[in-house]
Design a binder for this molecule. Structure first.
Ligand code: SF4
Length: 338
């Protein structure tokens, strides 16, 4: 699907460093990633793997003393790392929009929905008259399935799902090209969550917007996304179409993640698979492949050298020595035969 697609956002060798009491941590470590225009990309991994940090870094929302240490973020051909503060404000409002788990933290509790929406338009189009702005708001909320009477509501009077749709609406009003949704459905009950996921797909179809969905819920991504990127300990370890990654997971970590998802085919007495070990302490990350202390198929090379993120099948990239050659790997294979 993505072969004929245009790249909206390119991330190249991005490293985000946190300054903690225990030392420096690269929460995102040398990550490269392409996001295609109009796709829904799911970004998954255990908590603390760096996925939310990556989402914030894409909008340069990392606050000091933490920092984007190195790398490029190229959006529609421009390196936003070179933008000044004014350009960044415009970029965040007009080109991109971020939705968090609890929209109450982003919505002003004493402002009605219509006030939020009109204000969002007028910040960027100051000359737009109130009536025209309201007309645009009314048209949009209808398409988002929000009743017009809700325009007079305050955020606390809306359901969780409706608040998330208001947040999405704020981005769409400004014609945001990319919406980053960070655990946006986590606080919703499963029925509302499923409905919002359906709506995200409809919104993508109708508005042509690109969505980056950050979640720990791999089953949810299967429903919503076109492609899936899996993160572990600050690295992207696998990325491909949802179909390829679910049907033929290649990285041992992805296989473990998928095995740990409950299935309706399970016996009632069957225990859910639990991946052995814990994610590493990133103050002192393991050498070589960061997954090697937990990997059931680790080889001697895995603790010595880090693999690259390379194609293991067409458009299916994996960060694992199982799919890559190296002289050290062959030497070790010869030694083990002797
Ligand atoms: Fe396992 Fe080695 Fe692949 Fe890492 S590189 S996932 S340790 S096989």
């Amino acid at each position: 699907m993505e072969s004929e697609k245009e790249i909206l956002l390119q991330v190249r060798n991005l490293t985000v460093t946190y300054h903690t009491r225990l030392g420096l941590i690269n929460a995102v470590d040398n990550v490269s990633l392409d996001i295609y225009r109009g796709e829904i990309l799911g970004l998954v991994g255990e908590s603390g793997c760096g996925k939310s940090t990556l989402g914030k870094a894409l909008m340069r929302m990392i606050t000091p003393p933490n920092e984007i240490k190195s790398g490029q973020i190229i959006f529609e051909g421009e390196d936003i790392m070179k933008y000044n503060q004014r350009q960044m404000r415009d970029f965040r409002g007009r080109m991109t929009s971020m939705i968090f788990q609890d929209p109450m933290t982003s919505l002003n509790p004493v402002q009605r929905v219509d006030e939020h929406m009109v204000e969002a338009i007028q910040v960027h189009e100051q000359k737009m008259q109130m009536e025209k702005a309201l007309e645009r708001v009314r048209t949009l909320i209808g398409r988002l399935g929000i009743q017009e009477r809700r325009l007079n509501s305050y955020p606390h009077q809306l359901s969780g799902g409706m608040r998330q749709r208001v947040m999405i609406g704020l981005g769409l009003l400004l014609n945001a090209h990319l919406i980053v949704a960070d655990e946006a459905t986590t606080s919703l009950d499963v029925i509302v969550e499923a409905k919002l996921v359906d709506q995200l797909r409809e919104i993508r179809e109708e508005f042509g917007v690109t969505l980056l969905m950050i979640t720990h819920n791999i089953a949810l991504v299967a429903e919503a996304a076109d492609r899936l990127a899996v993160m572990y300990a600050g690295k992207i370890v696998e990325i491909g179409s949802v179909f390829d990654v679910f049907d033929n997971p290649k990285h041992p970590y992805t296989r473990g993640l998928l095995k740990s998802v409950p299935s309706i085919r399970m016996d009632e007495n069957e225990e859910l698979y639990k991946m052995p070990g814990e994610p590493p302490n990133l103050t002192f990350p393991p050498t070589g492949c960061r997954f090697h202390p937990r990997c059931p198929v680790a080889m001697p090379i895995c603790s010595k050298l880090e693999p690259a993120l390379q194609e293991a099948a067409p458009k299916h990239l994996v960060h694992c020595w199982l799919y890559q050659d190296h002289p050290l790997k062959q030497e070790q294979a010869v030694l083990s035969e002797k």
